[in-house]
Write a protein of this length. Sequence first.
Length: 246
Amino acid sequence: MMGITIANMRKGVLLHKLILLELLLGGWQGYNLFWSKPTYGWWLSVAATCLHISNGLHNVIAWMKIKPFMTKWSSRVFIGTIMLVQPYWIVEIYATFTFFNDLPDGHLFSKTRPIETVFRDPWWVASCIKLIWTLKRHYDITLAQVIVISPRFAVMLAAMALSIVFCLLDILSVTSVLSDALPTGVNPFWKLALVFKCLTDTLVLDDFKTALDKLWSLKRESLGSSAPLVPRRDSSNPKRRPEAAE
């Protein structure tokens, strides 16, 4: 994914650089298999910290991508709540170190891990819902049309869906709802969710407004639609979408 990102990123675009950083931070987890204790525990803890930072950065990226469709107030609430949950991640990083290295307070991880998704995934789920709603409500493009017009965008939507599925599986696993729930600390579902989150960012590097405008232009060319595009909603008094040309 880093190769695809580097090949498609444009110079001077902050969003593209953040996506590349997100991928770099999320790529260290598997290397703990090469070490034995105590190195194993320390490497796993550091890699988990990088994954948590990558997840947090992904929420910021999601905000930057969906921001053109948000009002100024909702945009501030979105990014503000992301900042407000950061103290939890400081506690979670500490709990991870103590748990995997058999240090005092190792029991803390068993208390913080079950609620981790509450501080990690709501913003991503909200971004996905907002994107789908905007795609259908303002651009009037069906999933079948997306598949025909832009297979890449269709794959991105599929990756979004899979990321949410793995988020749900993570919740079921850490709350012991699944009959074959994995032991605390070795649940892979949230990591798989991050993989598909990163894939969505890699497939479409630009913000969703730019991506949907391009998709709409392709629809007009291929299907002959003449309706106008949706204006940005990043001001306190967003403009109404002009009515379709008769």
